[in-house]
Design a protein around this ligand. Sequence first.
Ligand code: NDP
Length: 446
Amino acid sequence: MADFDLFVIGAGSGGVRAARVAAAYGARVGIAEEYKVGGTCVIRGCVPKKLLVYGAHFAEDLDDAAMFGWDIPQKRFDWAVLRDNVLAEVGRIEGAYTETLTSHDVTIFHERAVLTGPNSLNLAGGREVSADKILIATGARPQMPQIEGIEHAISSNEVFHLEELPKRIVIVGGGYIACEFAGIFQEFGSQVVLVNRTDVILRQYDQQLVDRLVQISLRKGIDFKFNATLDRIERRDDGRLHVAMTGCDDIEADAVLFATGRRPNIEDLGLEAAGVELGETCQIKVDADNRSSASSIFAVGDVTDRIQLTPVAIREGQAFADTFFGNKPWQVDYQCVPSAVFSHPPLASVGLTEGEARNRLGSVKVYTSDFRAMKNVLAGRNERSLYKLVVDGATEEIVGLHMIGPDAPEILQAAAIAVKAKLKKADFDATVALHPTMAEELVLMR
Ligand code: NDP
């Protein structure tokens, strides 16, 4: 008999969910984690990022407070206080994740595990273990280009640990991480330069909303360098960084953050020995049941590069455990997955963009609401929100919903249920507005 029914490599969102649920079904489960329990989301992703977003937003709230009658004599931001509080909270959640595993009798190995065959692994401490099924949930890591001086740059792994707040920061990329950290640092008072290789950012989002984000960000003072690339980073004697550029003038900065995508963690895992095939982006290829080309080896989460989002990894882990250990087979549905960019202001989206809908459907109707939130009006903050409904002209079903504005992700999560349920524009119209809210715009578009 094998040592374990299931052995999981990687204790991030997907791995922890699969391990805990399989154990609750009665499986004997082991899990190996070489760094910290919690993975990218908890340790160096969603959780600490969102806390920084909250911290950053105080800059606007404190500015706006005066028009609401509050006299705030002095506004001063202390990066070290926020950083240390965030890291302490991350430590608390890491403890809660570990507790979840141990309370379900999952055996945790705080070391690296490497496959030695389709049912066997070698732990860094020297122990050999065998398992009926192995789940690879090793996630992904930031992709750093091989340019001269790259050792002076940081990725989203290091950004949470900065000694000091950079006075001037160059952020490379135009995706989620770049846009979120551009907003965070700008609100903290850093001078932000966002460098992107093309003139398109947030490529998968509705470009009308993205344009709105760029417009607002420019007004706040973020400097965009489009169609520009970094050639070289040099550290000056005074510690500052000189960034040699193509496509724009060279830049002097205190920090350079690369946010140019994430690549699956597949190196030195013994995948070849176990017969696990990789795809074009070096992801582990899996079928709809998360099974790799080796029948006893499965993979979930970012290492499979399907949709790199925490809730998707969690679902994949749950589906895997239910299917193979709970006798309740099901597969993850990748349609209509809501997503958000926690920029300032945030952007949230579900379903097809207007462009995608026009390409895929015969006729498309688009409804928009372009408005200034009541709170922004009184505060004198010249920042307009934009909501957009994309409707299939033939069926009247809502096929896409896109929002930029305060609390857009909080509002969109509820509305995404309606889009997923294929409700029609008439269903939104038949719902009485909840006044006064921003969300009421969703049922008032004519
Ligand atoms: P993204 O995939 O979102 O964006 C990558 C950006 O980098 C794009 O603008 C891309 O440009 C650019 N890029 C890619 N390769 C290069 C290169 N060699 N040189 C210059 N630019 C390049 O990646 P992120 O790193 O921002 O985030 C990684 C993943 O993490 C996301 O895909 C997302 O799934 C997840 N994430 C989710 C968050 C959320 O849900 N709020 C927050 C943070 C991360 P181009 O468009 O031209 O390819």
